[in-house]
Design a protein around this ligand. Structure first.
Ligand code: SF4
Length: 492
């Protein structure tokens, strides 16, 4: 455990904790607030890091339980700019932690989920790439590789989004929260389809009621992208997909639609008949997600599908004319070495998808991998710059460019998630959900609508209940909840 001792009132507790976690993943942290005392200090305590300010100095002191000062650092600030003060404090703490551990963090002092928010703002302000790179390296201690990656992605994002109308446009998300089985690392709202079979029609009917309301309420707006995700939308039977997709196509004006995605996801849920229905409604982009091409790992993580099912469903979709297929992969899966990742990438190259999304495994509290962690403690979770460079190189060999990036808490190797695509096949919705520049109207259980106010200054969220039964039973209430927030949003 590490004690974080705030001797004065500090506003940056969250940032300080996040940075310490970057250097000490999984370590327990305890904040001691001004006026509180450190109770027992014994060998279970790694060290105490204290923060206090005096005049124009911020002091950081690291001591052991016996009171021996290990490091004492002082930095100057005039506190006039909150953001600048935070950056000065974080750089000082980074130096301290780097000295103790001998480590550097690829993303430096950045702990937020969207590094590209910073780089996009710099490029949009007209700053040259080289100057922007120097700025983010100096300000946030970002490594050369990550600085280059973030800038490259920002430039691509800006280009992809230039035709999106933020004022009049919006995107639509529909969540199908059913899956064939629950993956070991899953922390989403997902119900095993076999146990919820009886509920699925009622669920679709409830979603259709939301569609009726939104298509009317937004009839003067421009629908830019549609994303059907989950869960696994292809757990729906062909006639269910037919009803849902038919309802969408008949309810909304799709003249300006730039992308229509169905995340097929699990290969064990995909059939020819389902793909034919999806094709019939002119869905432009689908995702077939292997996560890995190593069968042993698929078995460990509870995907219950084979590598050959991945290949068969991909070839079947291509045969039916799908010309924009994404594949998701996860780095840091239990027991996977860099050699396994190499193998997965080689197998993927044989299929030549149009885009790939590389995720770094993030173990969340609700995931079975966390709940039953003792069972999986003997596996290594290998992820790092080597994985990222290997996947970057493979994407390049397939003619792809990186186009979106985000980070999460507790990612293995403190890495990132990156989307790559060949030209013209980027997942536009993926960028929009990260950039928060236009409203995303989300339908279905657990779906979270984001109403972006003009200029992106304020975002209002409207949540649907997570539980499927509750969602079905309280659908009118969910619609009224949306209506209230949308009426307010439209007033501005
Ligand atoms: S397919 Fe996705 S949503 Fe379904 S259980 Fe696996 S991780 Fe969760």
């Amino acid at each position: 455990m590490i004690f974080i001792n705030f001797k004065n009132e500090f506003n940056f507790e969250y940032d300080i904790q996040a940075l310490i976690r970057g250097f000490y993943p999984g370590e327990e942290l305890k904040s001691i607030m001004p006026g509180e005392k450190i109770e027992a200090c014994d060998e279970s305590i790694r060290f105490i890091v204290s923060f206090y300010y005096f005049a124009d100095n911020i002091n950081i002191e690291v001591e052991d339980c016996s009171g021996n000062i290990l490091i004492d650092k002082r930095v100057k600030t005039d506190y006039s700019d909150r953001k600048e003060t935070k950056n000065i404090l974080k750089r000082a703490l980074y130096d301290v932690l780097s000295e103790i551990t001998g480590k550097e963090l690829p993303w430096g002092t950045l702990s937020g989920i969207r590094p590209t928010k910073i780089t996009s703002a710099l490029l949009e302000s007209g700053m040259k790439k080289e100057i922007a790179k120097k700025y983010i390296k100096d300000t946030y201690y970002i490594s050369e590789e990550k600085a280059k990656l973030s800038l490259e992605i920002s430039a691509n994002e800006i280009e992809i989004l230039k035709e999106i109308d933020y004022e009049q446009g919006y995107s639509l998300y529909i969540g199908i929260p059913f899956c064939p089985t629950t993956c070991l690392y899953c922390s989403f709202t997902s119900y095993p389809i076999t146990r919820y079979k009886e509920k699925v029609w009622a669920y679709i009917d409830a979603v259709c009621k939301e569609i009726d309301y939104i298509s009317e309420e937004f009839k003067d707006k421009i629908l830019n992208t549609i994303y059907i995700g989950g869960g696994t939308p292809t757990t729906l039977e062909p006639e269910m997909l037919d009803k849902l997709l038919g309802k969408i196509v008949n309810s909304f004006n799709l003249c300006d639609l730039k992308e229509f995605t169905v995340e097929a996801g699990r290969p064990d849920s995909i059939t020819v008949d389902k793909l034919k229905v999806i094709k019939k409604y002119n869905v432009t982009r689908i995702s077939i997600n292997p996560q890995t091409m190593k069968q042993e790992t698929l078995d460990i993580i509870g995907r219950r599908h084979s590598v050959s099912q991945v290949i068969e469903s991909f070839k079947c979709a291509r045969g039916l004319g799908f010309d924009n297929i994404n594949m998701d992969f996860i780095m840091g899966l239990p027991g996977e070495s860099i050699e396994d990742v190499k193998y997965t990438m080689e197998e993927t190259k044989k299929l030549m998808p149009d885009s790939i999304t590389i995720h770094s495994l993030a173990i969340k509290r609700a995931a079975r991998l966390n709940i039953f962690k003792d069972k999986y403690k003997d596996y290594e979770y290998v992820n790092g710059e080597e994985n990222m460079q290997l996947t970057y190189k493979t994407a390049r060999e397939m003619g792809m460019e990186p186009y979106y990036l985000y980070r999460q808490k507790n990612m293995t190797g403190n890495m990132e998630n990156v989307g790559y695509s060949v030209k013209g096949k980027a997942g536009i919705y993926n960028i929009l959900i990260m950039e928060e520049k236009q409203p995303i109207i989300a339908l279905g259980a657990g779906a979270s609508t984001k109403l972006v106010y003009p200029g992106g200054e304020r975002i209002e969220r409207v949540e649907n209940v997570k539980d499927v039964n509750e969602y079905i039973n309280r659908i009118e209430e969910m619609i009224e909840r949306k209506r209230g927030a949308i009426i307010e949003w439209k007033k501005i």
